[in-house]
Design a protein around this ligand. Structure first.
Ligand SMILES: C[S@@+](CC[C@H](N)C(=O)[O-])C[C@H]1O[C@@H](n2cnc3c(N)ncnc32)[C@H](O)[C@@H]1O
Ligand SMILES: Nc1nc2[nH]cc(C(=O)O)c2c(=O)[nH]1
Ligand code: SF4
Ligand SMILES: [Mg+2]
Length: 217
C-alpha cells in the first residue's frame, strides 16, 4: 500500500478552526477538481511526488511529535487507502484534520472508528467548480468541523450566504476566506457586518508569515 506524497512538513496550521496550531502536513498528489484560483497546482499538474508506504508516513509523523496532523492535497479524500492512514493516526493518538473540496462523499470517513475533523469547502462560482458540490455532506457535520467559503468577488459572498441559508448551516461553523490577492479581506468584514453574520473571517496565516508562493510551510 503506497501513497503518492508531494510533501510532508511541520508548520503552523494557517487555516481553519485550528489556525495557529502546530501540525504535521501531508500533501497528497492529484485532484478531481480544477479551481480557477488554486494555489497548489503543483500537487496535480505534472506533480513531483514520492511513493511512500504507510509505515514510512507514520514514522515521519511520529518523529515530528506533534499531536495534530493535517491531510491535504490535491484532494486527500480521493487518495486510495487514506482511510487506513486516518485510522492508524487515530490509534497513535493524533488529531487528524482533513482539508476536502466538497465534491467527495465524507460519509465513509465520518463512520471511521477514529473520525477525523473536516474543513469542508463549498466551491463558489468564482472557482468554476460549484456543479460538483455534494451538499448531502452537511448531514454528517459534527462539532469541530467547519464549512469554508473561499470568495473571489462580491458575488461569491452573496452565494455563500445563500448556501448557508438554504442548508441551514450553523453560521459559527462557517469560515469566509479570500482568494489570496483577489478579494480584499476588508470586503468580507463589511459583508459580515452588513448581514450581522456570525461566520468567521479566515486569512491564510502562512502567506503572511512566509513568502506566499513558498511551498512546504
Ligand atoms: C489547496 S486546497 C487542498 C484541499 C482540497 N483540495 C480543498 O480544496 O479543500 C486547501 C485549501 O486552500 C484553499 N485555497 C486554494 N487556493 C487558494 C487561494 N488562491 N486563496 C485562498 N485559498 C485558497 C482551498 O479552497 C482549500 O480550502
Ligand atoms: N501552513 C499551512 N497551513 C495550511 N492549512 C491548510 C493548508 C492546505 O494547503 O491545505 C495549509 C498550508 O499549505 N500551509
Ligand atoms: S479542489 Fe483544492 S487542490 Fe483541487 S483545484 Fe480546488 S483548491 Fe486546488
Ligand atoms: Mg495551502
Amino acid at each position: 500500500m503506497n501513497y503518492k506524497v508531494v510533501e510532508i512538513f511541520d508548520s503552523i496550521n494557517g487555516e481553519g478552526p485550528l489556525a495557529g496550531r502546530l501540525s504535521t502536513f501531508v500533501r497528497f498528489a492529484s485532484c478531481n477538481l480544477r479551481c480557477h484560483y488554486c494555489d497548489t497546482r503543483y500537487a496535480y499538474d505534472h506533480p513531483q511526488y514520492t511513493l511512500m508506504s504507510l509505515a514510512e508516513i507514520l514514522t515521519r509523523i511520529e518523529e515530528a511529535s506533534l499531536d495534530l496532523v493535517t491531510l491535504t492535497g490535491g484532494e486527500p479524500l480521493a487518495t486510495p487507502h487514506v482511510d487506513v492512514l486516518i485510522e492508524k493516526l487515530g490509534e497513535m493518538g493524533k488529531h487528524v484534520e482533513i482539508e476536502t473540496n466538497g465534491s467527495i462523499d465524507i460519509a465513509p470517513f465520518h463512520r471511521l472508528a477514529h473520525r477525523p475533523s473536516f474543513t469542508l469547502d463549498y466551491k463558489l462560482p468564482g472557482s468554476g467548480m460549484s456543479a460538483f458540490m455534494k451538499t448531502e455532506n452537511y448531514q454528517y457535520l459534527k462539532d469541530g468541523d467547519i464549512v469554508k467559503f473561499v470568495c473571489g468577488a462580491k458575488d461569491d459572498l452573496e452565494e455563500a450566504l445563500r448556501i448557508i441559508r438554504i442548508y441551514h448551516l450553523n453560521e459559527e461553523d462557517c469560515y469566509f476566506s479570500a482568494v489570496f490577492n483577489q478579494l480584499a479581506p476588508r470586503d468580507i468584514v463589511d459583508f459580515l457586518l452588513a448581514h450581522k453574520l456570525k461566520a468567521k473571517v479566515q486569512l491564510q496565516l502562512h502567506k503572511y508569515i512566509w513568502d506566499p508562493m513558498k511551498r512546504g510551510v
